[in-house]
Design a protein around this ligand. Structure first.
Ligand code: ADP
Ligand code: MG
Length: 494
């Protein structure tokens, strides 16, 4: 019989008229990985703040730790009871070393400072979770992913029994997420419980035992992670159903905006012909390695085709670089949005205007701040990006919002062709839905879109026409309205 490390009964929290939490019951079993899911504003962070003593809950609720009544503990008492929260800002000291950051709490008050002891506390904490990071590096020099690991090591040094991570994966690449998930399993092996708040639910569900869903401050339920799907979870979180239907409106396509004839590049793709009309969303699918991304890179001027031609609005088009492509109105949102798409440390606002910064310089080369601010504000509202402050660094955004910022950045270049490569990798189903809605809206305004994806439902439900690639060639074409998803899948797997 597994014992509850933590148990919350009837926890409520009001901010003025807002019921951030209403009568929540929630428990965490020692050594389990528990995912906390809910849309923005559903109360996840507030729940974590109550658990960690940062916010006081309303009278009438109870918090039990190891079965003992621990309501209204201070943050320090919560830490002493083994509860550690890794906040989005990680609250590390950037000017201190890795070792100092890890050992700082444990060493507090010891005078004189014993450096050897700091190093050994830090080393031990790292060893416990099989991590090695240079102890003498300044935290400021580390990439975000490693800072996160330092924060977790600090939690270990403080004898954590429950580590709570509030959106730890939002700014990580897939590889870094894998490392974090591995570390989570390591914590679990040591009987440390982990509560994850994440938008990348598919990844977290792989390692979680249970998932608790909040909606508007209320608990919808706690479910077994096994058997839970992304779609079901999205429905629970939002109360909306995500129906899988192809685009219904038929499109009368006029002259093509973009055309490719007989395009080839040895070893990558061969004899590619395709066209995209104004307002049309064309899907490009196929198995990994079928040449989709290679083709996209040539269409964006990153590599040169060896033969064949491209035309834009009827005119022959030669691209020597991605700069040529941008100048001609071609935008490309890469698959690796996190390492290529955004400068994570830079403010959201700068990320949006990065490719068009020149446009905001006056004759003297000075940036016209007010025009720049207007543009940023317009795109944030146009794409419904949820930010409290456009000057916060991009890594503070959730995955779905980061994707929107990348879109905004490209749309600010006023493209006529938008190439999206795997636009929804790593975002949850609700955020996916938001991105599809944006893409459709942009197409309705006349943008030509090529959507590359290996997710069959994605191209089936969100494009007008799908091209299937195999071994560098386009092998078939489907109109989702006139075919089934199974048929399309069969063509890809053939
Ligand atoms: P989540 O983390 O799920 O996005 P939060 O717990 O941050 O949600 O917020 C839940 C609700 O409580 C939101 O409506 C939010 O605006 C409100 N809220 C959170 N913290 C405060 C605060 N300190 N003051 C006023 N309202 C708050
Ligand atoms: Mg939150």
């Amino acid at each position: 019989m597994p014992s509850n490390f933590l148990e919350l009964r009837n926890i409520s929290k009001r901010f003025g008229g807002v019921h951030a939490l209403s009568g929540i019951n929630f428990d965490v079993v020692a050594g389990e990985v528990h995912c906390l899911a809910g849309e923005n504003g559903s109360g996840k962070s507030t729940l974590i703040k109550v658990i960690s003593g940062v916010q006081r809950h309303e009278p009438g609720g109870t918090v039990l730790i190891d079965g003992k009544d621990c309501s209204h503990l201070s943050p320090a008492q919560c830490i002493a009871n083994g509860i550690q929260v890794i906040y989005q800002d990680l609250s590390l000291f950037p000017n201190l070393t890795v070792a100092e950051n890890i050992a700082i709490e444990r060493h507090r008050g010891l005078r004189p400072v014993r450096w050897a002891e700091i190093r050994s506390i830090a080393k031990e904490a790292m060893d416990r979770v099989s991590i090695s990071i240079d102890l003498d590096k300044q935290v400021a020099e580390l990439p975000i992913a490693q800072r996160q690991l330092v924060a977790i090591c600090r939690a270990m040094a403080n004898d954590a029994r429950l580590v709570i991570m509030d959106e730890p994966t939002a700014s990580l690449t897939r590889r870094e997420v894998d490392a974090l998930l591995k570390l989570t399993l390591e914590l679990k092996r040591r009987n440390v419980a982990v509560v994850f708040v994440s938008h990348r639910l598919d990844e977290v569900l792989e390692i979680a035992e249970r998932v608790t869903v909040l909606r508007n401050g209320e608990k919808l339920g706690t479910f077994n992670a096994q058997g839970m799907t992304d779609q079901r979870l999205g429905e629970l979180m939002t109360g909306k159903s995500f129906d899988h239907q192809p685009i219904k409106e038929t499109l009368t396509v006029g002259l093509p905006v973009f055309e490719v004839r007989g395009l080839s590049r040895a070893g990558e793709y061969a004899d590619i012909s395709l066209s995209v009309g104004k307002g049309e969303i064309v899907g490009l699918t196929g198995r990994l390695g079928s040449g989709r991304t290679e083709l996209a890179l040539s269409m964006f001027g990153m590599t040169r085709p060896e033969s064949g031609e491209m035309r834009l609005n009827g005119q022959p088009l030669t691209l020597n670089s991605n700069r040529d492509a941008i100048e001609n109105g071609i935008a490309y949102v890469s698959e690796d949005r996190l390492s290529l798409g955004l400068v994570m440390e830079q403010p959201i606002a700068s990320n949006i205007v990065l490719p068009i910064l020149e446009d905001f310089s006056d004759a003297l080369g000075l940036v016209q701040e007010d025009r720049l601010r207007d543009t940023v504000r317009r795109w944030i509202s146009h794409l419904g990006i949820k930010v409290s402050n456009a000057h916060s660094p991009a890594h503070t955004l959730s995955g779905g919002n980061q994707q929107r910022v990348v879109l905004a950045k490209w749309l600010a270049t006023k493209p006529c062709l938008l190439i999206l490569d795997s636009p929804t990798v790593g975002v949850d189903i609700a955020a996916k839905d938001g991105i599809y809605a944006i893409v459709r809206q942009l197409a309705a305004q006349g943008l030509a879109v090529i959507m590359i994806s290996d997710e069959i439902p994605e191209v089936y439900c969100h494009t007008h026409r799908v091209l299937v690639m195999r071994e560098g060639r386009i092998t078939s074409e489907y109109r989702p309205l006139h075919t089934t998803e199974a048929e399309l899948r069969a063509a890809v797997d053939a």
